[in-house]
Design a protein around this ligand. Structure first.
Ligand SMILES: NC(=O)c1ccc[n+]([C@@H]2O[C@H](COP(=O)([O-])OP(=O)(O)OC[C@H]3O[C@@H](n4cnc5c(N)ncnc54)[C@H](O)[C@@H]3O)[C@@H](O)[C@H]2O)c1
Ligand SMILES: N[C@H](C(=O)O)[C@H](O)COP(=O)(O)O
Length: 332
């Protein structure tokens, strides 16, 4: 079985702590083999800081499986990566991004079977000139074919609760202008297809939230539902997609309601993410739909306040590894 590829993420964050800690518990947890794309020297230093007695070995992706039992396999990315928990170093940004690029290339080349990304710090990368809002958009660019990027769809998932924000890392003031019939229909197409192919749900049912309070109250509290969302749902249903709504966002996530659906399409980042991070922060997984590769990530960020302490929960990262493993074991 080919290994999973894990990109190291922001070295000043908790991502390296968690992947090193999970590796140290690989036998106890029955982890699938993975190869880390990152900086070998830095990872060895952080393991020592955390008191983890593990070997770290530079490898080619093809050798990762043979090494995993005795050492953490690392595809080494040259560069300057100081071990400074909680203090991002702009010079590390190049290694952080190269790790993602090389990990994606490894999955696309068939050397690794899926990508799990450790958290990046967006602000630190923006400061270093990173031109994408986050992994989701960057991965779409890396998966472009003939200059055409796939539509990346961010989903946060835990067991049967799966939520997708239609708009992601944009200011709230820009959200209404970005909501379009075309974007809703295309996002629903990606969700329906990947709920079948990645999650094995034969006939997915997707609930769609309204943008406005009480889903617009029949037009009295905003007209996006009447003018944009309802026509989009009509087109999606005409294409055979079981899309229901627009439903009021404040009651849609009541368990008796969301359990009737396989996923929820919300209109903006926090409308989708607050519910799932409220009920499942420790176990939620960020999975990117719409890409030609499987990509998962923990649902948390770099948590600078915990970096280097060994106190970060490993649960969400472990769930991300398990989801990537499950999604590619079926098709491997
Ligand atoms: N997948 C990703 O790459 C990803 C995901 C979310 C946020 N981020 C980035 O991370 C940076 C910090 O974001 P933030 O502060 O909004 O969110 P965060 O998840 O880093 O931290 C939010 C709170 O949750 C706690 N927390 C986070 N992970 C934890 C864990 N594993 N165990 C215990 N407690 C944990 C933190 O201590 C903090 O109190 C930002 O740059 C953000 O863009 C990246
Ligand atoms: N919005 C995501 C979350 O809060 O979990 C997070 O920023 C990750 O985004 P990318 O996977 O695009 O980095």
């Amino acid at each position: 079985m080919k290994p999973l590829a894990i990109s190291m993420g922001e070295p000043a964050g908790i991502g390296p702590d968690i992947l090193l800690s999970l590796y140290a518990r690989r036998l106890e947890l029955g982890l699938p083999a993975f190869v880390v794309f990152g900086h070998t020297g830095f990872l060895a230093e952080r393991a020592k800081r955390l008191g983890l007695d593990i070997a770290v070995e530079a490898v080619r992706p093809a050798d990762a499986g043979a090494v995993f039992a005795r050492a953490l396999p690392v595809v080494d990315i040259a560069g300057m990566v100081p071990d400074q928990p909680g203090r991002p170093e702009p010079a590390s940004a190049r290694v952080v991004l190269a790790a993602i690029e090389e990990a994606v290339a490894s999955v696309k080349a068939g050397e690794s079977r899926a990508l799990v990304t450790a958290p990046i710090h967006k602000g630190a990368l923006y400061h270093a000139g990173f031109g994408h809002p986050g992994h989701t958009e960057f991965l779409a660019a890396l998966c472009a074919v003939g200059g055409i990027e796939p539509l990346p769809v961010m989903m946060l998932a835990h067991e049967e609760l799966r939520t997708v924000p239609l708009t992601i890392h944009v200011p709230i003031k820009d959200v209404p202008g970005l909501i379009s019939k075309e974007l809703i229909v295309e996002t629903l197409r990606v969700m329906a297809r990947d709920l079948q192919s990645r999650f094995g749900i034969a006939a997915p049912r997707i609930a769609v939230a309204g943008l406005n309070p009480h889903a617009g109250e029949g037009g009295a509290i905003g007209r996006e539902e009447i003018e944009i969302i309802i026509p989009a749902l009509e087109q999606a249903r005409a294409e055979g997609i079981a899309a229901i709504g627009p439903l009021p966002g404040d009651t849609l996530f009541f368990p008796k309601h969301w359990r009737q659906y396989d996923a929820v399409l919300a209109m903006y980042h926090d409308q989708a993410l607050i519910p799932i991070k409220t009920v499942a922060f420790d176990a939620g997984v960020n999975v990117t739909l719409g890409l030609p590769i499987v990509r998962t990530s923990p649902d948390h960020g770099t948590a600078f306040d915990l970096a280097g302490t060994g106190k970060a929960s490993t649960s969400s990262f472990l769930a991300a590894i398990a989801m990537a493993d499950k999604m590619t074991t079926r098709t491997a």
